[in-house]
Ligand binder design. Structure first.
Ligand code: SF4
Length: 384
């Protein structure tokens, strides 16, 4: 596509118009430095208008309660079989210890997800097991926001217990879950899913569960696992599905919606060999990730204002660079990250609030601590 045409797409985006999927694909296929620079500048300008100059961050802690999982996603270095070396299952005391430590470090959020273990039941019920996890944290720390259990985990509980997705979501919500991570989305294209996560819920089921969560008052985030076998057309199709999902939440006046979009580039260093060989590299390509970051802002920003890079996958320097390509949030302290770190990511598994603030300040932009739902908080600090 000529630079002239790229300029026309970018100028239309700057008037506040949504670009079409074809236009999104055209932007992703640019290779000329001048065109890519123009895409970056447009994304940065739209970020300024849609989300402001301030870069936000959250003090939070990840808790992965088990890595025992019945599925075998081809990008996953985290999962283990029961009794396999390295398999773990945290008991209530350990979970509470981690939550206590998080509170001591001023965390406002616990992000909790885990493998899919059919043996994880209380009195024969998977839902009861998950409700018990919620209770361990909320009984002790009712003020902590629990960002927990992906659409895949909701589908797993529903299947195990013969419940509807709505039944599971209402039970988790009423027990104290405050929001649902938009993980397990990977790429919302079933051709891709059949290769990288054939046992996972399909695209339509992911969309159905997230829409059900919005209808029932449980906000969600959204993600994309990029940089493996997907095409630019499939990347844009994924963004288009998220855009439509958010438009549905608004049109139908659901009480809540998607709060943020997070781009998660594939890290393959320790991933199972077949996908790693097919992709042909171990670490994300920063240039490709940044272009997709910018196009995601241009394509989605009218509907999802908050965009976050992954410092775990890109390193803090890469994530800081992404703040110039359309992102307005640098994510959380995490305190311990296992899933990507076990895949060979070089970004580390925790950050201090001061390190995130320093990264933001290096761009001459102000920082602000936020809660899970992007409400401002007073500045605190957290170590790791
Ligand atoms: S990505 Fe999740 S569902 Fe897939 S194998 Fe790993 S832990 Fe299991």
């Amino acid at each position: 596509m000529k630079t002239q045409t790229v300029d026309a797409i970018l100028n239309r985006a700057l008037t506040g118009t949504d670009i079409s999927p074809e236009e999104g694909v055209a932007l992703l296929k640019q290779t000329e430095p001048a065109a890519i620079a123009a895409i970056r500048q447009t994304a940065d300008e739209l970020r300024r208008r849609q989300a402001g100059e301030t870069v936000t961050y959250i003090i939070n802690r990840n808790i992965n309660f088990t890595n025992i999982c019945e599925q075998h996603c081809s990008f996953c270095a985290f999962r283990r079989d029961d009794a396999e070396e390295g398999a773990f299952w945290l008991d209530a005391g350990k979970i509470l210890e981690k939550a206590t430590d998080a509170v001591r470090q001023d965390a406002t959020e616990i992000c909790m997800q885990g493998g899919l273990n059919p043996q994880a039941k209380v009195a024969g019920s998977s839902l009861s097991f998950y409700l018990q996890l919620v209770k361990i944290i909320k009984d002790e720390f009712p003020q902590l926001h629990l960002h927990a259990f992906s659409p895949q985990e909701v589908q797993f509980i529903a299947r195990e217990d013969g419940l509807s997705y709505a039944d599971v979501i209402v039970a988790l919500r009423d027990a104290g879950v405050g929001s649902m991570p938009g993980t397990a989305a990977e790429v919302l294209e079933d051709r891709v899913r059949r290769i990288i996560c054939p046992e996972k819920l399909d695209s339509n089921t992911w969309l159905e569960i997230v829409e059900t969560a919005h209808r029932l008052g449980l906000p969600t985030t959204s993600t994309m696992l990029c940089g493996h076998i997907e095409t630019p057309e499939e990347q844009i199709s994924h963004l288009e599905k998220l855009r439509l999902l958010q438009q549905t939440a608004i049109d139908r006046q659901y009480p809540v919606r998607i709060s943020e979009f997070i781009l998660l580039p594939f890290v393959g260093e320790m991933a199972p060999a077949p996908l790693r060989r097919r992709v042909g590299r171990d670490q994300p390509l920063l240039a490709d990730t940044l272009l997709l970051t910018a196009v995601s802002r241009i394509f989605l920003g009218n509907w999802i204002a908050n965009h976050q890079p992954s410092w775990v996958k890109l390193g803090l320097a890469g994530a800081t660079e992404a703040l110039k390509w359309g992102c307005n949030d640098i994510g959380g302290t995490l305190m311990e990250e296992h899933i990507t770190t076990m895949a060979g990511a070089q970004g580390g598994s925790c950050q201090t609030a001061e390190a995130l603030q320093a990264a933001i300040h290096s761009l001459g932009r102000p920082d602000r601590q936020r809660d899970t739902l992007y409400r401002p908080l007073s500045v605190l600090s957290a170590g790791c």
